[in-house]
Design a protein around this ligand. Structure first.
Ligand code: SF4
Length: 372
């Protein structure tokens, strides 16, 4: 086993030195910069993250800048990356670092793990990559690589499976270059040891791989349980008044908390009495206090959020009574906004699509938009 571990480290590190992709966050050992990249990379492809990371680092080059920012500005820079809780927690963590560590990113595992939004993987990644601390990591790519290398056939989604793989990740760490070693494992999973059609003939550790020896690469790891998607029908309303449209800030506990959106709610169920128009008027009254007159359907957008497959019907409406004018109060969760200024607000993904329809050429009424 010690010989196997040593060969693994030597082969992986040699391969990584030659083949590592040149990613912007790999050109620095700054813990803050690595932290931002690690949070952005959660559930998100590298190619998507690169421009977001560059913009973010240019606007917020260090913890102090991020801590001093308004949450709205952080969310605006995050718009389109999804999983907005990550951005809110990043912001909270920056404020915690500014308050408790004088703005210097902490260097101990316990302190890093006490920050909002940082679990064992992220803490291990930041401290091993930035400081070469001897800490293991385990995420989707390394779960697959370690399962195959060791021929692990258990369920990697269970607590026992995770515990087993964490212990392997810890046991195989070399004495030095742990950051490069961890990155090499992830790189191998991302570029060669992929979920389908692993390119074993290009793999630098093929001779050390149990799954390859057993001709079991396609069966390891066990496939994850399939997600059961739920269909959902929702309604959004573009309420117009004197050339402006109404935006509402999503509240804590709502899907896009902190972001702005057109008033949005569940479509009436089959059991609900009354017409769609009455349902829309009553929901708008509940969310905003305004009376409206609904007009035609503007667009239908199909999109997915976590396990939901959502059909969003967007209607236009005009204000009847109760119009509050644009307010200067920052905490007000609703605003009347000129369409040309919608770009200044961090909007939900569908809110942004609707806003484009309002600012670009008028769409064909009732057209359909597919969204990822
Ligand atoms: S030999 Fe194949 S299965 Fe094994 S680690 Fe390399 S790419 Fe993955």
């Amino acid at each position: 086993m010690p010989v196997w571990r040593r060969s693994l480290a030597i082969s992986l590190l040699r391969w990584f030195r030659k083949s590592a992709r040149d990613l912007p966050w790999r050109r620095t050992r700054d813990l803050y910069a690595i932290w931002i990249s690690e949070i952005m990379l959660q559930q998100t492809q590298v190619a998507t993250v690169i421009p977001y990371w560059e913009r973010f680092m240019s606007r917020f080059p260090d913890v102090q800048n991020l801590a001093a920012a308004r949450e709205q500005e952080v969310l605006k820079l995050w718009e389109g990356l999804g999983y907005y809780r990550r951005a809110r927690q990043l912001h909270l963590a920056a404020r915690q670092i500014a308050a408790q560590h004088n703005g210097a990113f902490p260097m101990s595992l316990a302190e890093v793990r006490s920050l909002p939004g940082i679990g064992r993987y992220t803490a291990g990644a930041i401290l091993s990559i930035g400081l070469d601390q001897r800490l293991p990591i385990l995420e989707a790519n390394t779960i697959r690589v370690l399962s195959r290398l060791t021929g692990y056939r258990g369920d990697v989604g269970t607590t026992a499976g995770q515990r087993h793989l964490w212990s392997i990740a810890e046991a195989i760490l070399p004495r030095r270059q742990c950051g490069a070693f961890n990155q090499a494992l992830m790189e191998l999973g991302s570029e060669i040891c992929t979920p389908r059609s692993a390119q074993c003939n290009l793999c630098p550790v093929m001779e050390l791989c149990q799954a390859h020896r057993d001709k079991a690469v396609d069966r390891i790891p066990l496939p994850a349980k399939r997600t059961n998607y739920e269909e959902a029908n929702e309604v959004a309303v573009v309420i117009r008044h004197r050339g402006r449209v109404l935006l509402r800030q999503c509240q804590s506990g709502e899907r896009w908390a902190g972001l702005w959106d057109f008033p949005r709610f569940a479509a009436p169920g089959e059991q609900q009495n009354g017409s769609l128009g009455r349902h829309i008027r009553s929901e708008v009254r509940r969310l905003t206090g305004f009376e409206i007159q609904t007009k035609s359907r503007l667009v239908t957008i199909k999109h997915g959020v976590t396990r939901f497959r959502i059909t969003l019907d967007c209607y236009e409406a005009t204000l009847l009574r109760g119009a509050r004018q644009t307010t200067s109060c920052q905490s007000e969760p609703i605003r009347w906004v000129a369409p040309r200024l919608l770009g200044e607000y961090p909007l939900s993904v569908t809110g942004r699509k609707i806003s484009r329809l309002l600012t670009e050429k008028q769409p064909t009424r009732g057209s359909q938009v597919q969204s990822a």
